[in-house]
Design a protein around this ligand. Sequence first.
Ligand code: C2E
Ligand code: MG
Ligand code: MG
Length: 675
Amino acid sequence: MSGTEARLLLTRLGRELLAAVTVEPPALARVERVGAELARAHFVGEEVLGRSLDVLGARFASMGVPVSRMTAALGAFANGYLRAFRSWLLSEQESVRAADMAARAAIERRLRASEARMRGVFAQAGVGTGLSDMTGRIIEVNAAFAEMLGYRPEEMYALSVTDLAHPDDDPGMWELYGAVMRGECDSVRLEKAYPHRDGHTVWTNLNVSLIRDEHGAPQYTLVLVEDISEQRALQERLRYRAHHDQLTGLANRSRFFDALSAAFADHTSGVGLCYVDLDHFKTVNDSFGHAVGDELLTLAADRLQGCLTRPGQLVARMGGDEFVVLIPDPVDQGEVARIADAVLAAFAEPFEINGHRMRVGASVGVMAERADRASADEFLQAADTSMYWAKAAGRGRWAEFDPARGRREHVRAELSAAIPEALSGGQFFLHYQPIVELAGGRIGAVEALVRWQHPELGLSPAEFIDLAEDDGHIGALGAYVLEQACRAARRWFDRNPDQAPVISVNVSATEVADPAWLTRVLRILAATGLPADRLQLELTERVFMAADDGPLTALRTLAAAGVRIALDDFGTGYSNLAYLGRLPLRVVKLAGPFIEGIELCESVSATDIVVLETIIGLAHTLGLTVTAECVETPFQAEQLRALRCDSAQGWHFHRPMPEERASALLEQATPADPR
Ligand code: C2E
Ligand code: MG
Ligand code: MG
């Protein structure tokens, strides 16, 4: 109510009062109503009634209202006011109470709704949830948790947390749980296995948190449980795959290397290894197909497993048809050998696959040594090497590693690997050994002999030619030698075309067998411009034992072009006289051992001389020239001359020498043509 409204109301009520009091008898009921109206208009302050009575009393007195009427009127006013005031007060109290009750009801409703929501969340959450008291008794679990372990929720209330222990539980896990129960930490996260009611294991991620009361004392533990069994199973599968061979189920390389390192952890113990390779596995694959090949590998894996004698030993598949048996800390010297024997015995029985009966043997490389004598890598390498020895020795057997042989082969392998670089780095060069005509002493030919100026070893060709042959470097080396030799011969030819010596170049049988060899020789001849009749190629009998006619055809082509073909080292190999007539030969070189036979006058055996005489005679009959090698003494030279041998080379005449010295020698012997 505004001030104006209040003034208007009070003015009206004042007038009504005066009117009611001034009539006779006074209208007391009206006076009462005015009092009541004042209270109903909310004039209910503490001083309202008292001050109103004061003001009215004073006004009535001034108007000369008799005391008795005045008293009756003031009483009626107070009555009316108080009655209305009380009922206002009551209604006011009532509305406060009602509002209070409504508020309480609303709060309770909200609380119930929130609790219901919480229960709903708890009950329906996908994550397992459980509450237990501080004695470990389970007092609440949701359906997800109960289902996870094969129970209904109420069945779990009979259980205690410790009833859900699992043999796989880490002891540390229960210590952590104890720490939560003692209030020492408020939450822990861990991986835990639970026993399912039907016996299988449920792997979970577990979050345990402590709920404290308002004084901070531990009251409950709340667990959140997530089923990770599938994830774990997947992890397990991946882990298994990472360590096992898919086909055979054996340990794979990676697991084998782990086991090998473990075997090497103790330096004082021994380690044994059998490196097993199936013999002719490729043939099985090629003739019966890969499915049969795979089946064979699986059966072989089983047989190998059967060879193990103690826990800790391991069979692994290294790939393809290669397996290893690891024997950590063998009980005695013989244990590894016994296992190698067992492996061979295991392969003695034929395999039956898809109605095919097949015998497949194995070659085994054996290495047994104390762990401090070799690294794991060297160890494996040694077993692998011995497996190749077993193969080379005829397969179906085992071979033990021999360090001396291993070193020799190692040096060979290193040398062989160094050949390409030595070629491009100019480490190969030629020496030249004059071949002297026994009749007049003229140098009719010069043999080119290759040398390797190795950074550490001075190597003679006998040491590296067969290496180069085995490892496929002979083609490049031979081409290099031929080109260098032809260039030198061309220089000699340019200086003195009439008296130029023939250059005699050694060629390995492997080179000649290469179909590209012929074109290579012709190209070098063309490139260096050396007349074909100034070139002699020295070959050994091996060339003529080739399976096909390729080499012979190539040699005939070269011979037809004018190149001289010489048979080197005659007398050391098969010395098959029948070759001599059939081949495009011009020269036979008698090998050193023949000549060695002609020692001192007294010791010359008549037979040696007869043999030499016969060979020389036969060669001459066939139109061939004979050269003797390794002539070291004047006596040998004399004897050969007497036997009508055509020419000779050897230390008695000249040692192999660098090009400059050979050039000087040639110029001395036959002065340059003055033209
Ligand atoms: P080879 O063709 O029979 O060569 C003769 C070997 O006897 C050479 O050894 C030579 O140095 C050596 N010799 C020469 N005179 C005497 C002597 O009076 N007494 C003794 N004891 N030995 C003498 P080298 O140079 O060590 O060559 C050995 C073999 O290596 C050669 O035997 C040849 O088969 C091969 N060879 C050399 N150079 C080449 C080449 O460039 N290519 C190929 N494929 N083989 C080569
Ligand atoms: Mg030779
Ligand atoms: Mg020779």
